[in-house]
Design a protein around this ligand. Structure first.
Ligand code: DC
Length: 221
């Protein structure tokens, strides 16, 4: 079944989401945005009055987690307990919260199981940090998409300006470096390429070039 799974891991801001969605569309696969799942759990924890360090309280929250993802051309829509949080989870602050809660073992266990369940249906492009290493170790096509921190901060900066939002490049760069550091240094499922992943440095490639390269590798010689 894992024959139909493509994994795309890498640090934040490396263009994973754009590339994963484009690749999924070309392959007619379903796009699985696992970062959105960590963000959704993050928002649920932040909005609740539980102490996330209290194992019983956290277990109760995770047991009652009603998390749904739907994907369409516009991207992934996420609902938690029936409430659409798709926009609310996309802030830089929620990215930091997601990174923090993603280091909690019970959170990872719960989301890993959910992701593997989604993967059982096959034909998915799974995007995250540990797709190729932990969640789908048998996937036949694994990619690790990287770019320099400066280039990732520059892209994010331009995106925010295009949306008419304020942006501070130096602050973004610091946040990116901090999140990379947190995501790669945690004990559990740290951010790193799987041994059998193809590493792509997209610093000087656009999304179309990356997708074309991936399609070539997937279809084989
Ligand atoms: O891809 P993203 O920026 O939406 O992810 C938000 C955070 O969630 C990221 O900093 C680390 C965490 N995450 C994770 O630990 N494992 C994944 N598979 C996906 C995201």
């Amino acid at each position: 079944m894992s024959n139909d799974i493509v994994t795309i891991d890498g640090p934040s801001g490396g263009g994973k989401s754009t590339v994963s969605q484009m690749l999924a569309a070309r392959l007619h696969y379903t796009y699985l945005d696992t970062g959105a799942m960590y963000r959704a759990v993050g928002i649920k924890i932040v909005r609740s009055d539980i102490d996330e360090k209290n194992p019983e309280q956290l277990a109760r929250l995770l047991d009652h987690l009603d998390l749904r993802l739907t994907t369409d051309a516009a991207g992934t829509r996420v609902t938690v307990d029936g409430e659409d949080v798709s926009e609310a989870i996309r802030t830089a602050e929620m990215g930091m919260v997601a990174s923090r809660v993603s280091a909690i073992p019970a959170v990872r266990r719960t989301l890993t199981a959910l992701q593997q369940e989604m993967g059982r249906q096959g034909k998915i492009v799974a995007e995250g940090r540990d797709m190729g290493t932990v969640v789908f170790p048998n996937a036949p096509h694994k990619f690790y998409l990287d770019a320099t921190a400066e280039e990732r901060a520059r892209r994010r900066h331009l995106q925010l300006l295009e949306k008419g939002q304020q942006s501070d490049y130096q602050r973004l760069l610091q946040q990116i470096i901090q999140r990379d550091q947190d995501d790669s240094s945690r004990d559990l499922a740290p951010l790193k390429p799987a041994d059998d992943a193809i590493i792509i440095d997209s610093s000087t490639m656009d999304a179309e070039a990356v997708v074309r390269f991936m399609l070539e590798r997937i279809s084989g010689p």
